[in-house]
Write a protein that binds this ligand. Structure first.
Ligand code: HEM
Length: 500
């Protein structure tokens, strides 16, 4: 196995300046193709030309189906609190422990070349290279999400992408889906506030959004939500500032992150947890496995646990950022999953898309390697097996040939999922709501101060005025009204004024 950031020297830095073909032969002429006579056709035997063109033909891999546009950087996470009561994860064992990380920030709906200033949630993905394998915290800059059942995700995303006929963004599809899926209201409120257009990746917070579990050495679990608070301070664009920046520099967030790190102004985030006793979940006023809900800080205050700092730019965008593959299912002992349905869907979806986007051996790519852990298993072969493929070691288990071969750890409690008690019948149940879906969005609307509220209304009106079907508009205004009658009225009035 090679080390993180190290690629075989032949691919990294050449030790002389001889231009070669892909297979290492010196190239005599890189300007003129080999032809039959001075004015004749090109010869098939010109391997350098054929190899150069055919490699070029294959330069693109599929872009991420969501979160295609993004920027990333390396750094570290340092623990600042004693977490031993909460988790047995070794990288969280005591204050002072530093873990190397790689973070990628992104917009969601647009293509790889789309604008950094789009109104969209921002992805906030962090890969922790721990000694017990990689843990990926694959969150957003919002504490909630639009929907809460993974079955709805492809449909939801289709409405954010281009219309199948016109290939244009489609406000009717967007608001049609949203108005028929009222659980979206909370995230819609955040998205259409100015938090939907952050001033670059350094000036936004990150959230696990989902409820995850931390499990201690005694096997006791706590439910937690992760919060990454920007030390640079939150800064957002208004809609008109975002539109202006789009014209000046559609890559503003990417450039801002790179330049800050390049000049030694390292961005950092203070990392905190909200912690809930597992037993309390059943009686809490909000369903804690519903990713459209937050836990109010008054009930579960933030507890500071660490600091994340980004201090090194990638050397190569494709190798490090484009090929980075984050997954909520990349976990380590001491951190565990919950019954959040969306999370459950994501546990499958990410490695699946990685196998499609990058190939079956995506975990062997330098940026994705759990390089601080000892990877030892019986997976073999497949396209682009970069490693020695475990040489001649047995490729099956149980086996008796190699007494030192990888063995399952039946008695290692830390390696197991924590047991969950279940009851009831299988079925396609509507989401278990102990509560309504209008209270938290309404509270958020009422919490907004004058200008914030005005901007929310004008951002909504600016987008909804493009909807042609008035039934859709009415339905969505109905949701705003249910959350707060004044909110519904103001959007309705705003739309009327916009028509005039
Ligand atoms: C990227 C699926 C919900 C955050 C992706 C990708 C897929 C996906 C297929 C592309 C990954 C790649 O090509 O490497 C889903 C599904 C969801 C879901 C099926 C719901 C069932 C969420 C939620 C969050 C989130 C709730 C945040 C809390 C992200 C981030 C990325 C991403 C940050 C970009 C990771 C990167 O930078 O490479 N998602 N997603 N997703 N998703 Fe989701």
């Amino acid at each position: 196995m090679f080390h993180h950031n190290a690629v075989p020297t032949i691919l990294a830095t050449p030790n002389n300046n001889v231009l070669t073909t892909g297979n290492g032969n010196p190239v005599d002429d890189n300007q003129n193709s080999l032809t039959a006579g001075e004015f004749g056709p090109i010869l098939l035997q010109d391997f350098h030309l054929i190899d150069k063109l055919s490699h070029f033909d294959r330069e693109r891999i599929p872009e991420r189906v969501v979160h295609a546009k993004g920027a990333g950087a390396h750094g570290h996470f340092e623990v600042t609190a004693d977490l031993s009561k909460l988790t047995s994860a070794k990288f969280l064992a005591k204050p002072g422990i530093k873990t190397p990380i790689f973070a990628r920030f992104s917009t969601v709906g647009g293509e790889k070349g789309s604008s950094d200033t789009a109104r969209d949630p921002r992805g906030f993905a962090v890969k922790f290279y721990t000694e017990e394998g990689n843990w990926d915290m694959v969150g957003n800059n919002t504490p909630v999400f639009f929907i809460r059942d993974p079955l709805k995700f492809p449909d939801f995303i289709h409405t954010q992408k281009r219309n199948p006929q016109t290939n244009l963004k489609d406000a009717d599809a967007y608001w049609d889906f949203i108005s028929l899926s009222h659980e979206t209201l909370h995230q819609v409120t955040i998205l259409f506030s100015n938090r939907g257009t952050p001033q670059g990746f350094r000036h936004m917070d990150g959230f696990s959004s989902h409820t995850l579990k931390l499990v201690n050495a005694q096997g006791e679990a706590h439910l937690v939500k992760w919060h990454f608070k920007t030390d640079q301070g939150i800064k957002n664009y208004t809609a008109s500032e975002a539109a202006e920046m789009d014209k000046i520099n559609p890559d503003s967030s990417t450039e801002d992150l790179f330049n800050a790190i390049d000049k030694g102004d390292f961005p950092s985030w203070t990392v905190s947890l909200q912690v809930m006793k597992e037993a309390d979940a059943a009686n809490y006023k909000w369903n804690v496995f519903d990713v459209t809900k937050v836990w109010p800080h008054a009930d579960y205050p933030l507890q500071k646990i660490g600091k994340m700092t980004l201090d090194r730019n990638p050397q190569n965008y494709f190798a490090e950022v484009e090929q980075a593959a984050f997954s909520p299912s990349h976990m380590v002992p001491g951190i565990d999953v919950t019954n959040d349905k969306m999370l459950q869907g994501r546990l499958f979806s990410y490695p699946d898309t990685h196998r499609h986007r990058l190939g079956a051996n995506y975990l062997q790519l330098p940026i994705n390697q759990p390089y601080r852990a000892h990877v030892n298993h019986h997976q073999r072969d497949g396209p682009q097996t970069f490693s020695q493929n475990y040489n001649n070691l047995p490729n099956y288990e149980p086996q008796s040939k190699d007494p030192k071969g990888p063995a399952q750890q039946l008695n290692d409690v830390r390696a197991k999922y924590t047991p969950v008690t279940l009851n009831g019948q299988t079925g396609r149940y509507p989401h278990h709501t102990l509560n309504d879906d209008y209270k938290q969005p309404g509270d958020l609307y009422r919490l907004m101060k004058g200008k914030e509220q005005d901007d929310l209304i004008s951002n909504l009106v600016g987008h909804m005025k493009n909807v042609k079907n008035q039934d859709i508009v009415k339905r969505q205004i109905g949701h705003f009204t249910k959350a707060d009658p004044e909110w519904g009225r103001r959007v309705e009035e705003g739309l009327k004024a916009a028509k005039k």
